[in-house]
Design a binder for this molecule. Sequence first.
Ligand code: FAD
Length: 399
Amino acid sequence: MDLSYSAEDEAFRAEIRAWLEQHLTGRWAELRGLGGAGRDHERFDDRLEWNRLLAEHGWTCVGWPEEHGGRGLSLWQQVIFHEEYARADAPARVNHLGEELLGPTLIAFGTEEQKVRFLPKIVAVEELWAQGYSEPNAGSDLANVQTKARLEDRHWVIDGQKVWTSNAHLSQWVFVLARSEPGSERHHGLSFLLVPLEQDGVDIRPIEQLTGGSEFNEVFFTGARTDADLVVGEPGAGWAVAMGLLGFERGVSTLAQTVDYGRELDDLVAAAEQNGAVDDPFIRDRLAQLRVELEVIRAQAMRGLSAIGLGDDSAAAGGAGSIFKLVWSNWHKRLGEVAMDVAGPAGLLARPSGPAYDLDEWQRLFLFSRSDTIYGGSDEVQKNILAERVLGLPREARG
Ligand SMILES: Cc1cc2nc3c(=O)[nH]c(=O)nc-3n(C[C@H](O)[C@H](O)[C@H](O)COP(=O)(O)OP(=O)(O)OC[C@H]3O[C@@H](n4cnc5c(N)ncnc54)[C@H](O)[C@@H]3O)c2cc1C
């Protein structure tokens, strides 16, 4: 496996690095490091503006084909883009779901009208998207979706409830998996609908998290409406579209995540040096272990991507996505735990802030990273996939 970059790729790296150095200055420099998992509330409006500046300069949707408004970058140039973006500590981007999940899904499954209507506004960061899959009784078991949709007067009319809908309160649209064929079961009879959030039939109620933030929501649909032609794929055949979308979930940006993790680890080592925790051999060992594991995770991500780049499906068939999800999410959770060990008893105390409390970055990381092994497919579900689909073990008993 050759992991070196070509001269053309290195020239591209110099271009994006120079652009970031030139533009991440003045008022934008204040946004460095803001946003990200568990911290989406940080200077959201300013980060939205920054994202629109990126769009003006062609730095959104960089992997999409040019005909759909992207840059048509090669896989490795996308990796470089995300690496440099993370290295510059540029503010977290705000439309992950539109750019990395819905956009590629529309390109693959959408009608021409849907592409023309929605893709340019994702590229320009004018419309933000939320994901309406999970329900109170349909999380890991997504095929149990009960939200209903019926066609009436050239509209879909939607009734039901979604939950854990990240950023619905900041978005204009949501893609919804709903049961459109009465009496259908499991993955049959579902439709994948594009639904505007700003309407009377939609009620968005924030859920307060352990961290004190409210990034996700319950979303209630009571006679909510969307145009009849805003179904992606055939009505009743939405499962294939929904699964196609999940296939885009672990794209190249996950490699950049390892750059962010590297920075978090550097900061933790610095904090341990500062408060003397690094003198504790137990903590030193754990920090060293985290460093080694992160290198392994990065090499594994590169191997998976290079297989995709070479058109080799064996990595996917070998469960590379599930293995990667298992290792990075557990690594990040351990980072949070070591951070609490480094903080010592001070880690137990939150700072009072007005009527509420405020957490420092390590407390927030510790608490938010508990969710890493849940979203995007829980640990247990990834292990089931590996056991059944890769190792060929007997299927678990299902009730
Ligand atoms: C931070 C965060 C953001 C999220 N954002 C969104 C979003 O934007 N949109 C959206 O639709 N959803 C979102 N989710 C929801 C997420 O997809 C679900 O939480 C996840 O699918 C798990 O479903 P559940 O919470 O219903 O748990 P359940 O499926 O009820 O699982 C409960 C426990 O049982 C285990 N379990 C379940 N089935 C099995 C099995 N067959 N074998 C062994 N163990 C099993 C699970 O691993 C878990 O430990 C988000 C979740 C989090 C934490």
